[in-house]
Ligand binder design. Sequence first.
Ligand code: FAD
Ligand code: SF4
Ligand code: SF4
Length: 478
Amino acid sequence: MAERMLKFTTTPKATPAKRAAETRSHDFHEIYADFIDAKAAEQASRCSQCGIPFCQTHCPLHNNIPDWLRMTAEGRLEEAYELSQATNSMPEVCGRICPQDRLCEGSCTIEQSGHGTVTIGAVERYLTDKAWEMGWVAPLKPGPARGRSVGVVGAGPAGLAAAERLREAGYAVTVYDRHDRAGGLLIYGIPSFKLEKEVVDRRTRRLAEGGVEFRLNFEVGRDATLDELRERHDAVLLAVGVYAARDLTAPGAGSAGVTAALDYLIASNRKGLGDTVPEFDSGALNAEGRDVVVIGGGDTAMDCVRTAVRQGATSVACLYRRDRANMPGSVREVAHAEEEGVVFEWLAAPRAVSGDAGRATGVRAARMRLGAPDPSGRQTPEEVEGADFELPASLVIKALGFDPENLPEAFAAPDLAVTRWGTVKADLRSMMTSIPGVFAAGDIVRGASLVVWAIRDGRDAADAIHAYLSQPALAAAE
Ligand code: FAD
Ligand code: SF4
Ligand code: SF4
């Protein structure tokens, strides 16, 4: 093995080719090319096959990274793919959009020794893209029918991961979603320059062809109550994500031209999917020829600034009240945005939206500094007096984060217990909510999080539902 692996001292780290900023800023295609075969093997061979692989510990799915890297280096690609998909329902999605710098790669031992991390995400993506290309991705094979059904509310990564596993275990599975397409934020949140839609659609098609029923344009709360779903199914999984956007309270925040991030991103994604989008066509949600200010410092803000660049904005600025080191978004995404011409105003908070006849013309911002740490140890931003400044903006995008909707009210389910933040309370082990037979997974339990955690939760919830429905008492009650 040693001669094929441990090449990190002689082989430098390399990522797949990235398209130049001047070219990629004009389209919505993904920015990285795939590894060519030889490069994937070469990069996988840099792994030192750690006895205690911290990469694996810090991957939420505990992917068996060292083993599939070794197989890739040895050219055993189909085996490597089989191993990687054994723990991950969508390895090619995670390979593209996990913030690896904070997860697997951030813990790679050779990075700590100054040699540059193994490019785990890029190899993971390469393996599964290769598997699709070669026909190694097998059709979903439903297990022997159990005569029991599960309703999954939400077709995001948590719901899809659960649906796949439940169907494989022989359950009849119906996935309900209020959107007209399945995929959740993978389709309508995350732009295609990070994750092309076909990558998600082929996953959904595989589920549908394997017998998972999709009921789209179906909103629980409007088209059925939770009680009605309980009647229809033996168990229900809530995987509805978090969609109540935090609002901007500054004066002028109600002006025309001030919009919520997800409305903006959904319009752009729909346009890319070929839909007719009146709010885009009217110019209301199109950044072309406009000065744009995005408020916020997370992944959503990064997606908005980079979308605005691609739509042909005149200028794009991002206001964040803390500094670069303290922003919640991925470091890699900030670097991409800077390359594409986005200006970051660190330590800046909106004071007011300036306007003319009710239309936004700019954002007045206060300069901040980081003060004393709060009880969590995070430094609190405080204003620097007399240092306000103004940025031009006819489109102001609010990307301040998301909270859960009021589910007990929306679902006419007062017994559904929620935390003080509005997330659904679910038992850590059984994943069951306060309502027997109703489970929950993904962002609606964790609060806004990551795709890889949603997949992990969806898989765990499927196992928990299977354990619940396999109890002798429930089987006897049939
Ligand atoms: P979602 O993906 O939100 O799916 C929930 C689904 O439930 C939706 O399809 C919704 O329509 C449906 N639904 C909601 N209510 C109802 C109802 N009443 N009836 C029927 N259906 C309903 N994470 C990363 O790891 N990497 C990234 O780069 C990244 N970028 C992001 C960019 C943006 C703009 C956003 C907003 C998030 C990003 N995230 C990223 C976070 C990630 O997308 C989420 O953590 C993940 O999608 C959560 O999965 P989920 O299945 O819990 O919920
Ligand atoms: Fe890394 Fe994400 Fe893949 Fe895990 S799923 S190995 S964290 S890229
Ligand atoms: Fe290989 Fe890095 Fe994981 Fe060690 S931590 S097994 S070097 S990928």
